[in-house]
Design a protein around this ligand. Structure first.
Ligand code: UDP
Ligand code: MG
Length: 320
């Protein structure tokens, strides 16, 4: 029988041995200060370092710690999803392992939840210690996404948030494969509110989000929540036909009335390259959507868990 826990803290971890001790210490301090029951759910996303062993060591001493160990690296968004699937708390908090999201903010989130909000998301007012490139591409991306979709996905908001059990259950019912969790939370709705914070630097180690993963995440965000890129071909096609049509008249006019013909291999080749490039670009966009349809049609599970590790409490725990 499942015991009731008040809070579940979901922490996706990928090669985080450099920070995990401090993360565990600070999360534990914050959660103990609530005086209520909690579980710390670490989802190990196929780490190649000692992360999983270290978490097992925590759980030997602390029954609040649970390790969900993936069979390989499935990605940050899938790790969050698995954490939410395995959570039992009445409220579920998702937080990064690198302490860029301050655990102390959880107390403020809990306060809002107790006032009756179902989703409390953390909005970054500043991002410290990140590259100029990352900050500005992220800023641009959130604004671009906002203009592309009809769903109100809040700007400058990552996955650091608190969800009420009912929201979490609804999210767990969504089976789509290329998940953009922060968009799905907006999609399910309920009573949502922001708390603002300044994002700290990563405590130690390197970012686990190289450009390739960032691009994949942004493509997932856009394709999951907008068809607009697909319409680009129709709009551009219509626009270019109109331009071509007018150009035809210009060429005819020059030919018939001025005895000049427009010559030039260079201009032709430039137009060729430009338009072929454009057509391939549109094909690529279409391919992104088709690839995602293909992913859905395979019906593979979202992730594979090789082990769930939790030390059973020796004495009977008192859960409120
Ligand atoms: N992460 C993960 N799987 C991955 C990449 C990252 O579980 O494939 C975790 C990582 O351990 C961290 C969180 O996702 O807890 C965010 O990653 P990171 O801090 O490296 O991203 P950044 O803050 O640089 O965007
Ligand atoms: Mg980080």
């Amino acid at each position: 029988m499942n015991q009731v826990v008040q809070y579940s803290i979901v922490v996706p971890v990928y090669n985080e041995e450099a920070v995990i001790h401090e993360t565990y210490r600070r999360l534990t301090e914050v959660m103990r200060s609530t005086g209520e029951s909690y579980e710390l759910l670490f989802v190990n996303d196929g780490s190649r370092d000692r992360t999983a062993d270290i978490i097992k060591e925590f759980s030997e001493k602390d029954p609040a710690v649970i390790l969900v160990d993936f069979s390989r690296n499935f990605g940050h968004q899938i790790a969050i999803t698995a954490g939410m699937d395995h959570s039992k708390g009445r409220a579920v908090v998702v937080i990064d392992a690198d302490l860029q999201d301050p655990p102390e903010l959880i107390l403020e989130m809990i306060g809002k939840w107790k006032q009756g909000y179902d989703v409390v998301y953390a909005k970054r007012t500043k991002r410290k210690g990140e590259t100029f490139f990352k900050k500005y591409t992220a800023k641009l991306f959130y604004r671009f996404l906002h203009s592309m979709t009809d769903i109100d996905i809040p700007l400058d908001t990552g996955d650091f948030r608190l969800l009420d059990r009912k929201v979490c259950d609804q999210m767990n019912n969504l089976q789509e494969k290329n998940r953009f969790v922060r968009g799905l939370v907006s999609w399910v709705g309920f009573k949502q509110i922001a708390v603002e914070y300044e994002r700290d630097e990563r405590l130690a180690g390197e970012s686990k989000y190289p450009l390739k993963k960032m691009l994949k995440l942004s493509m997932d965000g856009i394709t999951s929540f907008s068809y607009k890129p697909l319409k680009l071909a129709s709009f551009a096609g219509a626009g270019l036909s109109v331009i071509g049509f007018f150009y035809l008249f210009i060429v005819l006019y020059l030919k018939l009335f001025t005895h000049t013909t427009i010559t030039g291999w260079s201009s032709l080749i430039v137009i060729q390259l430009l338009f072929n490039g454009f057509i391939l670009f549109i094909l690529g966009i279409t391919g992104e959507y088709i690839g995602r349809i293909y992913d859905e049609s395979k019906h593979r599970p979202l992730y594979i868990v090789q082990e769930i590790y939790q030390k059973k409490p020796e004495k009977k725990m008192i859960y409120r």
